[in-house]
Ligand binder design. Structure first.
Ligand code: DGY
Length: 324
């Protein structure tokens, strides 16, 4: 690289990764770690050769309309990139990369944690103990639903969907069915103890637990709506570690309030970090603050993937994880 490119890292990243970025680039860091608004992001696109955003940065088509854009690459920290208007970035000749592969296990682990916790009412139990309200053991206290041997329905059989199938089938003897837009080879599916179904509805109707692992945005926005929630078994639980907009949040709140489904475990929300009060007051949901990839190992690996992508780009090589 002739001259170190100017790069902006929009949020705090693991220290080890920030150190490498500072060595390789003319790097600016968001030391206050506050989310950047549209004006700040527009200014970033004007001033930096690379902007390294995260899911908390909204980059809609309007931001790419400016005539004086300097940015040549958006090195996204995260596998999901529905917060970036990819078509608009591509039209401006801006490359976009993501971080697949390194967060598969940890995201599946969070989905599994939610599934177990919501089935066994761990959130409610914890709140009861902490508040000093626990009146002691009794045979009818806080009865949940058994996980082992039940049927898991997966929507989206990519890396994370497969990792979830593996955990549930081999760890909890679950029958696993899934919906995936493209056909998955039967032998490949059976490696995860899973069977493909033709429609989302078939999976929803068969499953005791439904876990979402498809990308957000586009056609998947409100994939789980009131009609589809009504197809689920009344005792079923819905787990979402994908993107908040895959579920119509208002329809879900109604389904949870009315007992259309038994409960939900959510790591992602439609308007993060805002979680509607009506959802927060419900006992039959377990709510996490988008922790899917939040382990030391994974967040560092995600950052290092961005470093590789951006380095390759500025050295004139193809970034390994280019999505636009
Ligand atoms: C991802 O990698 O997509 C995580 O959800 C954080 O954005």
């Amino acid at each position: 690289m002739a001259q170190n490119p100017r790069i902006l890292v929009t949020r705090r990243w693991p220290e080890a990764v920030e150190r490498v970025l500072a060595e390789r680039f003319d790097a600016s860091f968001n030391v206050s770690d506050t989310a950047m608004d549209a004006a700040a992001l527009a200014e970033a696109l004007r001033s930096f050769d690379a902007v390294l955003p995260t899911v908390s940065d909204r980059l809609p088509a309007s931001l790419f309309d400016a005539t004086d854009i300097r940015t040549k690459i958006l090195g996204n920290f995260g596998v999901g990139y529905n917060h970036i208007d990819i078509a608009a970035a591509r039209a401006r000749g801006i490359a976009v990369t993501n971080t697949p592969g390194v967060l598969t296990d940890c995201t599946a682990d969070i989905a599994m944690s939610l599934l177990l916790a919501v089935a066994r009412r761990a959130g409610e139990g914890e709140r009861e103990v902490r508040s000093g309200q626990w009146a002691g053991w009794r045979p009818t206290h806080m009865i949940g639903t058994k996980v082992t041997g039940k049927t898991l329905g997966i929507i989206g059989f990519g890396r994370i969907g497969k990792a979830m199938a593996k955990r549930c089938h081999f760890g909890f003897d679950m029958d696993v069915v899934f919906y995936n837009r493209s056909k998955i080879d039967t032998a490949e599916a059976s490696r995860y103890g899973a069977r493909q179904m033709d429609t989302v509805e078939e999976v929803l109707a068969a499953a005791d637990f439904v876990s979402l692992h498809c990308p957000g945005g586009g056609e998947n926005r409100h994939l789980i709506n009131a009609q589809r929630l009504a197809v689920m078994k009344p005792q079923a639980l819905l787990i979402n570690t994908a993107r908040g907009d895959v579920i119509d949040e208002n329809a879900l709140i109604e389904a949870l309030e009315n007992g259309t489904i038994r409960g939900a475990g959510l790591d992602v929300f439609e308007a993060e970090p805002n979680v509607p009060e009506r959802l927060r007051v419900l006992d039959n949901v377990l709510l996490l603050p988008h922790l899917g990839s939040a382990t030391e190992e994974t967040r560092t690996a995600m950052g290092m993937k961005v470093v590789e992508n951006v380095t390759a780009f500025f050295e004139g090589r193809q970034p390994p994880d280019r999505v636009a």
